[in-house]
Ligand binder design. Structure first.
Ligand code: KIV
Ligand code: ZN
Length: 410
């Protein structure tokens, strides 16, 4: 297989390795209810290391003393992933980022500068030429301080394409080793985003010839962040930026767990490999949920409480016959303990019998039928049915047949 040499620490990556760049501690932290202390960031960084991410963006050194301290602490405690700090394309930001990461074994400075006319005119009030000059100067400065420099033309997807290509070319000539093309406001679509990666590779031969890594960075304003990230990968992106549970600005960033699971489950379509230890996805999501102020919604793919729960009778019957009927991956694959057959008003006799047997009650046909009627009546009134409720539905003679005392139930 063709091997591309990256400019850092003698590492080799094969062309079909997709590096995971986790930005939970930077872009993720930028959302309401997600700010973390240095200690909490460190806990999360350890979880990300166990998960197998390739790069941790630990913060934005210039943003605050807290961010600086968190980055510096993480660089001294974490050894396997590279540690990155974000920096605007300004001397003071880049020098601050370099100081924050100085103790990392392998460090990266991530420089960004807007490329869309909207941002240049209204936010930065600079011309296109000034933006190109600032790109060259800032990337050169960063490269004089570290070997590994990522450059992001912010708002890439709403930028004039010729100008975007020009800015990317300037960044590469100045020494950028990774080019990230963010969909800053979650505006693009999979076809359009994929095409952008294809075009940049076609128009700048140095990208493939010199092993420059192209990276995706997607926000979820239209609910397309993961689909857009996957489209970028199909068109040559070999780094994907994402966050645990998809936290991030506004509607969030692309969810790491969804991209990793999709690349694995649909490996037939994507044909790439990653270093992510899939069985750590759920535990990592849990660690984050305990640190920030909210958990993923129950119906969140991969890590939500209902991601492996089945309530309807038809589904439960199929699951008991063969889990493949209604599950495209085992819960164990992503670190979830087991499938959950939830008993509710859509459940059937098969699931009720199964749960009662797990609780130690074997009912004959008539007993099950009578209990089922009472169960459906209860489920119509009550949202959650617990084991104690089920046992309460059983007549005393059946309950007395159970060896384990009822007080020991869940
Ligand atoms: O969304 C964005 O454009 C960013 C950049 C700073 C990479 O987060
Ligand atoms: Zn972002």
């Amino acid at each position: 297989m063709f091997a591309t040499k990256l400019p850092l620490a003698g590492e080799f990556m094969t062309q079909n390795h997709v590096a995971f760049f986790d930005t939970t501690l930077r872009d993720g932290e930028q959302s309401p209810g997600c700010s973390m202390t240095t200690q909490e960031k460190l806990t999360m960084a350890h979880a990300l290391e166990d998960l197998g991410v390739d790069i941790i963006e630990a913060g934005f050194a210039m943003a605050s003393e807290g961010d600086f301290a968190a980055i510096a602490t993480i660089t001294q405690a974490i050894r396997k992933p590279r540690i990155a700090s974000l920096a605007r394309a300004k001397t003071e930001d880049i020098e601050m980022a370099a100081r924050a990461i100085q103790f990392a074994d392998r460090a990266r400075i991530h420089v960004f500068l807007a490329s869309s006319d909207l941002h240049l005119e209204y936010k930065l009030k600079i011309s296109r030429q000034q933006a190109l000059d600032q790109t060259a100067e800032s990337v050169k400065l960063a490269r004089s301080l570290v070997d590994d420099v990522e450059f992001s033309p912010e708002d890439a997807t709403r930028s004039d394409r010729d100008f975007l290509v020009e800015m990317v070319r300037v960044a590469i000539e100045a020494g950028a080793t990774t080019i990230n093309m963010p969909d800053t406001v979650g505006y693009t679509t999979p076809e359009e985003y994929g095409q952008m990666f294809r075009e940049v590779r076609e128009r700048i031969p140095a990208v493939d010839a010199e092993g420059i890594i192209l990276s995706s960075h997607c926000h979820d304003d239209l609910g397309l962040a993961v689909a857009n990230s996957l489209a970028a990968i199909q068109n040559g992106a070999r780094q994907v930026e994402c966050t645990i549970n998809g936290i991030g600005e506004r509607a969030g960033n692309a969810a790491l767990e969804e991209i990793a699971a999709a690349l694995y489950v649909r490996g037939d379509r994507y044909g790439v490999n990653t270093s992510i230890k899939l069985e750590q996805l759920y535990p990592t999501s849990q660690v984050l949920g305990q640190i920030i102020t909210f958990k993923p919604s129950p119906n969140k793919a991969i890590v939500g409480a209902n991601a492996f729960a089945h309530e309807s009778g038809i589904h439960q019957h199929g699951m008991l016959a063969n889990p493949l009927c209604y599950e495209i991956m085992t819960p164990a694959l992503v670190g979830v303990a087991k499938t959950h057959l939830v008993l509710g008003k859509h459940s059937g006799r098969a699931a009720l019998r199964h749960r009662l047997e797990q609780l130690g009650f074997t009912l004959d046909r008539e007993e099950l039928q009578q209990t089922y009627y009472r169960f459906v009546a209860l489920a119509d009134r009550k949202k959650n049915i617990y084991d104690q409720d089920l046992v309460g539905l059983l007549p005393d003679p059946i309950r007395d047949r159970r060896p384990v005392p009822v007080s020991e139930l869940d």
